[in-house]
Design a protein around this ligand. Sequence first.
Ligand code: WTA
Length: 644
Amino acid sequence: MRFSFSNFGRNRSTMATINTLEQYQQEYQKSVNDPEGFWAEKAEQFVWKKKWDSVLDWNFSEPKNKWFIGGKLNITENCLDRHLEKRADQIAYYWEPNDPHAKAVSYTYKQLHEQVCKFANVLKNNGAQKGDRICIYMPMVPELAIAVLACARIGAVHSVVFGGFSASALSGRIQDSDCKIVICTDGAYRGAKGIPMKDTVDEALEVCPSVEKVIVLEHTQSNIRMVEGRDVMWKNEMEKVNADCPAEPMDAEDMLFILYTSGSTGKPKGVVHTCGGYMVYTQYTFENVFNYREGEVFWCTADIGWITGHSYIVYAPLLSGATSVMFEGVPTYPDAGRFWQVIDKYKVNIFYTAPTAIRALEVAGLDFVKPYKLDSLRVLGSVGEPINEEAWNWYNINIGKGKCPIVDTWWQTETGGMMISPIAGVTKTKPGFATLPLPGVQPILVDDKGNEIIGNGVEGNLCIKFPWPSIIRTTYGDHERCRQNYFATYPNLYFTGDGCKRDEDGYYRITGRVDDVMNVSGHRIGTAEVESAINMHADIVESAVVGYPHDIKGQGIYAYVICTNKNKDQEALRKEILAEVTKVIGPIAKPDKIQIVSGLPKTRSGKIMRRILRKVAEGEMNNLGDTSTLLDPNVVEEIKAGAL
Ligand code: WTA
């Protein structure tokens, strides 16, 4: 039986529901007092093929978190079909190419719907079925969003891998979720550089027997190798299909996507999000945090390879029927005025970027800002890492001209959507503070033993004590890992891995990771991952990696390495290590500093004392804290003397 459209979704408005502080407080209270009623009301604004039987079933001990149980929907019907009546000819995406002189392209909702349906049929023709995992490895071209939505249309699970990852990182992710199809481009442009995407896919697939088909989009017209029987061209396949593709009815708790992210130990893990809760939460946060108004132009500069791009380039803006800019390039190409030029070109109203970009553009100087009016801007956003006060002020004064609220949004791949953030124009902001929890979010700070830290003017480990609709459901193929990582540190709490202050006003300020995860230019990288890449080098016996404060990147990567070959030229060794890390992970994980040492500071039980290594990397040589448990204090003296 085909489900017919229910009455839901008919009368919804795409507008913020929180416009005053009082409304925020009321919504927040309601979300805490009656979470099920609160989220059911939000969910009713969508098109469901069948209404849910119950709103929430949860416990943090297994963990089990289910929302809108028994509900059936397809997220693409909510992103596309339901808008066709009213906004068929409205632009969904303005696509701005890397090269400002290349042809910009735009897609209306009608055109996007048609492309998604056609490509969904291409996927089916190539053997994709509901539940199959499909890996997408593409630069920021419109077809990346189309591919993501086409997977969702047919109920296939997308696993987007950031285009900067190496063949080895790509193959690890493909293997972990047994992807059946890979979608890629021939190549990519990144500033002045060309990147061979298809060659990387070919190399990765040498060890990925699950992959049956590769669909290649021509983008850079570079020379590529096509494997007979496996590889097909996007364009040829699109010519074989029509644009009629009914949306697959999905259970609210069916998997929507997997997105790999780094943790403090081991390999990156596949964070799983499901259809219903993710849809409801991302749209709600988009509209309220940015105080989105019908007709506005929104630009999120993230890459779709990360969660910010999934939630706030693909899904939420489309769910809201918004017009977005999608940008292929980098902030500094052809010069450091590119962001500002693009804002003027498309009259962007809401601009969402990362502190690392703000800092880099600040260093480039105001001469790159001055030629642009920037008068369309109404709201500015920040995401991905703590924003320092100086960058916040620069952004506020020079880009927002002192009149655009800045929303510093704290959230994670695992949370699916924004969690602690000002509401634009409503919450009084404070530089460096993510301010207050959004409705539905119940943060608590705990000490290392898990005791709640009560009151204001305090600091602790940030946890969340109640589920929100887009909470992580599992880590793909390994539920126990999900439990261990997020729900076992403190019983009955979701542990974020972040440290956090709550000031006298009850405002939250994220201080950074308290685990062994680094945040480099807004990218999450595990120290263990970098160490295992470095250890692949034949001359390295052991290494230890820590983050240290970096003016532009937020954190830089500092590696201490022990080399067995005493005659090795140090510069050559450093170069080889960088090449090794690039090969195993990708250029984003290359250490900024490599110190060659003869030993690492260890406790008598053989544990590396990272605290000491962090202090040395931070330049705090004389403040190493308690070193009495060290096995060999001489090691520390040597490390201090050779610090970079
Ligand atoms: C950090 C990105 C301070 C934090 C959406 C978190 C932030 C990690 C902020 C998640 C912020 C993100 N202020 N720190 N506004 N936003 N972080 O999974 O350490 O790539 O745990 O998600 O980034 O990174 P992820």
